[in-house]
Design a protein around this ligand. Structure first.
Ligand code: MCA
Ligand code: AMP
Length: 503
């Protein structure tokens, strides 16, 4: 009986008293303690009717208990469906109806709003709060560890992570045991993670970066994890001198640079700073090196593929590039019009193939076929160029996507909502430069009818439906939207015109 991911990643240290999670209150959860927690959670999941292949939706604060749900799902062969804690009930409804989980674990404060939605989608509800308490934990406390580990092969599903689509409809990326394991192995080797490491972990655990890159690499290597509920500059600054590594989105680094406490002495114990999820400005890279002596290691990934490319550990980390393909991963650049592979130095669509590439979109075979070629290459939607030394540079995106503080926001989702509102003729949502988040959302609206709508009223109507991070920081009424000869809205023109509109 084998379980591909469990056997390689969780089992080797499941009896070990070595530290796994170092918590802000000074408590430590050992690998053994974590495994015990996951085994008792597994018993509760099985008692709730979960079987191999069934989905468990999780919208809960970042706690050791929430993280253990991942390990519990792997134990019983269930499929984890982690959800951003910022999502509104309207957003959660879509994921539950689409993925049909048998169980939703959510914050007790959301229970009243989510219970009818879950019930409609056929999911039971248990709760877990930011202290690790709730009806789920009550059952876990009373449960005996579930002794069995479900048999799972490399291609069995471990998780479904939703990524928004350019059409406005989110797609569930199906990730297999081997998608996760192969990527974690490659990164552990490449970034030289060992038991001697302590990782500062301040990322959310509902996305690939915080859950699979950071946690899987730590589990596989035996590194300890300083586990913070969120990014708090004072906590991070205090944690760095007792740590060896940090993984973050570019906003982490710009915020660290703004803090006068960041200097060479503070980072004396650190051996590696990793950045990803959004472009790291070359200026940030250079300023960080000047202040700390460390060259941030930038890498490139996607929900559908985990990590694809990384700057080297030993060797030149080149600012403005995402480095070379990971071992076992192939990257090619193609002409977006002809699909033909382009020569080195030419800019085109980045395509990726390897054991990291997902199994397709949940119940969307036509979308899968559009983005995953028959020869196994995944069409990323990112535009790039590979230089003579083999370094990949991301030069833009063909997909209409805004990345704010590492969160992806698809303009279409917001435009659909705005276009359906009283007094709105049409709308265009764009990303404009933002010093803290990289990009920020701005909406441009063309009014229709006798009385133009109030910007505030439109924004508050959006607030009830969209997670806060997707809500426009500014909404402006405009006379018309610029269009090209094909009738397509020219967002590049709008981005230039409104670049400074946040002041
Ligand atoms: C918070 N807010 C945001 C964001 N985060 N608005 C836009 N974009 C955001 N990313 C809003 C809040 O709703 C709030 O609004 C105000 O900004 C301040 O909130 P606060 O909670 O204080 O912000 P924070 O906790 O300091 O969060 C900023 C953050 C966080 C640390 C950058 O967003 C974060 O941890 N981002 C990481 C995302 C991530 O892990 N991405 C990886 C995706 P108001 O004040 O108006 O209420 S995985 C991926 O992309 C691929 C696979 C990859 O390559 O890794
Ligand atoms: P997600 O859909 O959350 O998985 O986000 C994946 C997208 O984030 C990629 O397609 C890129 O557009 C972007 N991304 C991730 N890492 C980087 C990076 N290092 N530089 C630029 N963009 C990145």
């Amino acid at each position: 009986m084998t379980n591909h991911l469990h056997d390689a990643m969780f089992a080797p240290r499941s009896g070990s008293p070595s530290p796994f999670l170092l918590l802000p209150d000074g408590e430590t959860l050992t690998h053994e303690g974590f495994a015990q927690l996951a085994a008792r959670q597994a018993a509760v999941l099985v008692a709730a009717g979960l079987r191999k292949g069934d989905r468990v939706a999780l919208q809960a604060a970042k706690t050791p208990e929430a993280l253990a749900v991942y390990a519990a799902c792997i134990r019983i062969g269930a499929v984890l469906l982690p959800l951003n804690t910022a999502y509104t009930p309207a957003e959660v409804a879509y994921f539950l109806e689409d993925a049909e989980p048998k169980l939703l674990i959510c914050d007790p404060r959301s229970e009243t709003a989510l219970a009818p939605i879950a019930s409609k989608a056929g999911a039971a509800v248990l709760t877990l709060d930011s202290e690790g308490n709730g009806s789920f934990s009550d059952k876990v406390a009373a449960a005996a560890p579930h002794p069995a580990i479900e048999t799972c092969g490399p291609d069995d599903l471990a998780a479904i992570l939703y990524t928004s689509g350019t059409t406005g409809r989110s797609k569930g990326a199906m990730l297999s045991h081997d998608n996760l394991l192969s990527n974690a192995s490659a990164l552990t080797d490449l970034w030289q993670f060992t038991e001697a490491d302590t990782l500062v972990h301040a990322l959310p655990i509902f996305h690939t970066h915080g859950l699979f890159v950071a946690i899987n690499v730590s589990l596989l290597s035996g590194a300890a994890v300083r586990f913070f509920p969120k990014f708090d500059i004072d906590e991070i600054i205090a944690a760095i001198p007792d740590s060896t590594t940090l993984m973050g989105v570019p906003t982490f680094y710009t915020r660290l640079l703004e803090d006068p406490r960041l200097d060479r002495e503070l980072v004396a114990s650190m051996r590696l700073f990793v950045s990803g999820s959004a472009p790291l400005l070359a200026a940030t890279h250079e300023a960080f090196e000047a202040r700390t002596g460390h060259r941030i290691l930038e890498r490139y990934g996607m929900t559908e593929t985990n990590m694809n490319a990384s700057n080297p550990y030993d060797g030149d980390r080149i600012a403005g590039t995402v480095g070379n393909p990971l071992p076992g991963v192939e990257i090619r650049i193609t002409d977006p019009n002809s699909d033909q592979e382009l020569a080195r130095g030419e800019t085109g669509m980045i395509e990726v193939r390897g054991p990291n590439v997902f199994q397709g979109y949940w119940q969307m075979p036509e979308k899968t076929a559009e983005e995953l070629r028959a020869d196994g290459f995944f069409i990323t939607g990112d535009l790039g160029v590979i230089d003579d030394a083999g370094y990949l540079q991301i030069v833009g995106r063909q997909k209409d996507l805004i990345i704010a503080g590492g969160y992806n926001i698809y303009p279409k989702e917001i435009e659909i909502l705005l276009d359906g509102m009283e007094g709105v003729g049409e709308s265009a949502v764009i990303g404009v430069p933002h010093p803290d988040l990289g990009e920020a959302v701005v909406a441009l609206v063309v009014a229709e009818g006798e009385t133009p709508p109030e910007a505030e009223a439109l924004l508050s109507a959006l607030a009830s439906q969209l997670a806060r991070f997707k809500q426009p920081r500014r909404l402006l009424l405009v006379d018309s939207l610029p269009r090209n000869t094909m009738g397509k809205v020219q967002k590049n023109v709008l981005r230039e015109q409104f670049a400074d509109c946040l002041g």
